[in-house]
Write a protein that binds this ligand. Structure first.
Ligand SMILES: Cc1cc2c(cc1C)N(C[C@H](O)[C@H](O)[C@H](O)COP(=O)(O)O)c1[nH]c(=O)[nH]c(=O)c1N2
Length: 266
């Protein structure tokens, strides 16, 4: 058991009729650590989540499951609570075929940007599941949402984009827990995608997500398994106090917590 409130257990007082505010103290709930079983489950979602290209099955994604992962996305943090996201759900195969054509064109261009053996390896990689996944979700950012001045965005205008990235990560983790795989495709010109989906000019397309059930997943990033790139040692990326100062005392704990040390199971 945990002492966390249930997902839908919002037990707050109603807004005060005169001020429109709530009694903030009544909106708090205990926030101790999760039980070991719950922590294990969270770690399993984090470490077992993968970017999926090949493993999608054709099994349709029921609406209630889709609604849950979209709800997970919608519960993400966002700057000033601006919630700048929208989600265009695309099941239609003909539409996905058009999206796939955009990918194919862009992917051919991308391949040409690498040289020699690297290009050959790039061409051997499968970098999308637009047609094999039964569902595509285009995630967007409305940079006008929240009005001209948004709390928290006054000096860092791009934090609305970061907010949408948080939403995508929430969705990705929730999908893992549901037995769904997600593949993020960014190899196409988003301006060409807009007219296909009727996305207005001022909206930014953040991601095309391929979503479907999976029976198996890679145990480490597929790009690592296919020798394109490697996960960097975390201890090289953590500095102590100032940029460039090695993590020092923290380094052994960082090494011990690394995924390949068996800390987390997929
Ligand atoms: C913003 C962004 C954009 C993309 C990706 C990710 C992110 C965060 N990734 C997936 C990426 O390759 C993958 O996350 C890493 O290789 C790590 O693997 P796991 O996600 O841990 O399986 C990705 N993968 C792919 O095959 N085609 C793509 O176009 C993209 N684009």
């Amino acid at each position: 058991m945990t002492d966390e409130p249930a997902r839908s257990g919002f037990a707050g007082a109603p807004p005060d009729a005169t001020t429109g505010t709530r009694d903030a103290t009544s909106l708090r709930a205990p926030a101790g650590p999760f039980s070991q079983a719950d922590r294990d489950a969270l770690w399993r979602a984090i470490m077992g989540r993968r970017d999926v290209r090949n493993e999608f099955t054709a099994r349709p994604v029921p609406d209630d499951v889709l609604a849950r992962i979209l709800t997970a996305a919608h519960c993400a943090p966002s700057v000033g609570l601006s919630q700048p996201w929208n989600f265009v759900v695309v099941r239609d195969e003909a539409k996905r075929r058009e999206v796939h054509e955009l990918f194919s064109h862009a992917n051919a261009e991308a391949a040409g940007m690498f040289d020699g053996q690297r290009q050959a390896l790039y061409r051997s990689l499968k970098l999308e599941g637009i047609l094999t996944a039964p569902l595509g979700v285009c995630v967007t950012c409305d940079r006008t949402r929240g009005g001209r001045v948004v709390l928290g965005r006054t000096h860092q205008p791009d934090v609305d984009l970061y907010s949408v990235a948080c939403a995508i990560q929430n969705l990705w983790l929730a999908a893992r827990a549901e037995g769904l795989g997600v593949g993020w495709v960014s190899i196409f010109d988003t301006e060409e995608l807009k007219p296909l989906l009727g996305v207005p000019e001022h909206i930014v397309i953040m991601a095309w997500l391929c979503i479907g059930y999976v029976d198996e997943l890679f145990t480490s990033p597929e790009l690592e398994a296919r020798r394109w790139a490697r996960r960097l040692p975390l201890e090289d990326l953590v500095f102590d106090g100032v940029w460039g100062e090695p993590a020092g005392d923290l380094a052994p704990a960082l090494r011990a917590a690394a995924p390949d040390q068996g800390q987390a199971k997929g």
